[in-house]
Design a binder for this molecule. Structure first.
Ligand code: ZN
Ligand code: ZN
Length: 254
């Protein structure tokens, strides 16, 4: 009798120790599987939005609402799980040398860890998609290989007037500092610049093209504002040369 009792007692003790550990392990594994599923979902939504943007290239030089649409869709599909979602990078139809019409999208976000007593609160995730825009047979070029897309080229940015002129300039050249630069409207731009009172660009959606003067005033404008007659855009030196731009005689392109 005594022996049987003590055996049952030791079994109960083992269960009391190991059952909670087993349950916590099983829950943690289930939770990790869920985190992977969330990341897969986000990547799928981002890839699908990028595919649409690539297909739109036939019609548009730049899909203005891409960032907003992508963030909205990813949030709708993964709402409660994500924090600090943003499209950190969206290079659309950029090209280096013979490789043109590339698209690069990077989404950054945190997955909130909702485990009790978890040491980590957020898991930061960064997803990047590289692909080529669909621009039709008339505008075909050699696609870049994956290695070439990922290679960080040693490049230099120069500034051009896309509407006039054939010279490229350095960022501090006196020809370009007095003209506004073209930017994509983001929360950052809204923080740094005030909306112009004449053209009221504050109501424009995120992703719109706006124009900011660097030296005079700290306002941003719509493209049709009377204060924006010429503007400058940054471009890779290699691309400027490929398009036939030559160095400015004053600054030499530096
Ligand atoms: Zn110059
Ligand atoms: Zn204005």
């Amino acid at each position: 009798m005594r022996t049987a009792n003590s055996k049952r007692g030791s079994f109960t003790l083992e269960a009391a120790i190991f059952l909670p550990i087993f349950i916590i392990s099983a829950l943690t594994v289930a939770y990790l599987i869920k985190l992977i599923a969330v990341q897969e979902n986000v990547f799928h939504a981002l890839a699908d939005e990028t595919r649409k943007a690539a297909a739109e290239a036939v019609f548009t030089p730049y899909p203005l609402f891409f960032k907003g649409d992508a963030v909205k869709r990813i949030t709708e599909e993964n709402g409660g799980e994500l924090e600090n979602l943003r499209i950190a990078r969206f290079d659309y139809r950029y090209g280096i040398g013979e490789y043109t019409e590339q698209i690069r999208v990077t989404a950054d976000y945190d997955i909130g860890v909702k485990l009790p007593a978890a040491v980590i609160r957020d898991i930061p995730v960064s997803d990047t998609i590289l692909c080529r825009a669909f621009v039709g047979a008339d505008n075909s070029a050699a696609p870049m290989s994956a290695e070439e897309l990922e290679e960080e080229k040693d490049s230099r940015t120069v500034w051009i007037f896309p509407r006039s002129g054939t010279k490229y300039h350095g960022e501090t050249c006196s020809y370009i500092v007095v003209y506004p630069k073209e930017l994509i409207l983001s929360d950052n731009v809204r923080k740094q610049y005030a909306p112009c009172k004449l053209c009221d660009p504050g109501s424009m959606p995120a992703g719109s093209l706006v124009y900011c003067f660097r030296s005079a005033g700290k306002a941003f404008h719509r493209g049709d504002c009377t204060s924006v007659d010429r503007y400058v855009i940054p471009i890779e030196l290699e691309e400027a040369e490929a398009k036939g731009y030559t160095p400015c005689l004053k600054c030499g392109g530096y």
